[in-house]
Design a protein around this ligand. Structure first.
Ligand SMILES: [Zn+2]
Length: 95
């Protein structure tokens, strides 16, 4: 019966070690597995948008057609809108 007692003792140790390894590895993976906290910030506006007074489209100032008028700069989406605006100004100036 002494042999059986030794086997039982070995099994108990094996179970204990298995439990220990599982617990420690789970604890470690639980610690490292957590996603890193990222502070999400809304993307900063890269370019200022200006409203085209003719068609109402918002255009970025680096691609807009500009027109200085009375100290303010107007931004147009295309030369067409710019010309249309100028034509309208001429018409109103004439009238
Ligand atoms: Zn336009």
């Amino acid at each position: 019966m002494e042999f059986l007692a030794q086997v039982f003792e070995v099994i108990l140790w094996a179970v204990f070690l298995y439990w220990l390894v599982k617990r420690v590895s789970g604890w470690l993976s639980g610690r490292s597995g957590r996603p890193p906290e990222v502070h999400r910030q809304p993307p900063a506006p890269t370019k200022t948008l200006h409203r085209d007074p003719v068609c109402g489209t918002y255009v970025s100032e680096d691609i807009s057609r500009r027109l200085d008028e009375g100290g303010t700069t107007l931004h147009f989406c295309s030369d067409q809108c710019r010309m249309r605006y100028l034509a309208r100004q001429n018409r109103s100036a004439r009238a």
